[in-house]
Design a protein around this ligand. Structure first.
Ligand code: ADP
Ligand code: MG
Length: 241
């Protein structure tokens, strides 16, 4: 059982205060959706948790099982069990996905002996073309292929807590269903805890949130169950901005 605790997190970017005291606690097996209007600070939250350069922590804390994540470089946060599925996956020319996974498993002290077989099995589960693992990471992949690629990494690395920043942006309905279902499966098979940032409750057809939080103007302004997403779908964010 793992727990990510985000406490009174305050973050500024390029001199502007974007997050003004965010509190969230995510435990193994739980799915927490974070929804909110454009510019509310959702991507800033994911960037701050993972330690993206330029995102300045001006207050608060982020701990995973009591360990201060904000004191660690990004790769050590990942080794500790945090994982980010990026809204816009980065293209890395010259670096293959299978080599990336081998390095990441090695850093975690895990065996790579059966990696090829694991990749083949996991690729089949999400309808990802296994030939793409030999290609440079994300280079010239379609939107759907990039998100399947991200989901494949999540499935194989099996982090404790994953942050998914708009898994549903840039991919078609079939790819969305495959990726969302794989993440939902991970919450059951490997007890993954997930912080799921999205605009659209369509994602929740496969990936079932236990909690829904509304982020507006850099704060969580309301939390509830899945019914809160239906409310937003119906009424929009007008009441919160
Ligand atoms: P969301 O993901 O909720 O749409 P973001 O976290 O991306 O919102 O952005 C929140 C605010 O922070 C926006 O006003 C955005 O322009 C600003 N911001 C985010 N990242 C940067 C950055 N790297 N440089 C300058 N401003 C940024
Ligand atoms: Mg965003």
């Amino acid at each position: 059982m793992s727990t990510l605790v985000i406490s009174d997190l305050r973050v500024s970017v390029a001199g502007n205060q974007i997050l003004n005291g965010v509190n969230l606690t995510i435990s193994s097996g739980e799915v927490h959706a974070v929804m909110g209007p454009n510019g509310a600070g959702k991507s800033t939250l994911s960037a701050a948790i993972m330690g993206k350069p330029g995102y300045v922590i001006t207050g608060g804390s982020v701990t995973l099982d009591g360990v201060d994540m904000l004191a660690l470089p990004t790769w050590e946060r990942a080794v500790a069990g945090l994982h980010l599925v990026m809204q816009y996956p980065t293209e890395v020319p010259g670096v293959k996905l299978n080599d990336t996974l081998a390095e990441a498993l090695g850093a975690r002290g895990r065996s790579t002996a059966t990696l090829d077989a694991t990749i083949a099995k996991e690729a089949a589960r999400i309808n990802f073309d296994p030939d793409l693992v030999q290609r440079p990471l994300n280079v010239d992949l379609s939107g759907g292929e990039k998100k399947r690629n991200e989901t494949l990494q999540l499935a194989i690395l099996a982090p404790k807590i994953a942050i998914l920043d708009e898994l549903d942006s840039g991919l078609d309905i079939d790819a969305l269903r495959d990726c969302a279902k794989r993440v939902e499966d991970a919450t059951k098979e490997t007890d993954l805890g997930a912080l799921v940032i999205t605009h659209y409750s369509r994602l929740f057809e496969e990936l079932k949130p236990d909690f829904v939080h509304i982020l507006a103007k850099g704060k969580i302004v309301k939390s509830g169950g899945p019914e809160l997403a239906d409310e937003l779908e119906r009424d929009g964010y007008a009441a919160f901005v």
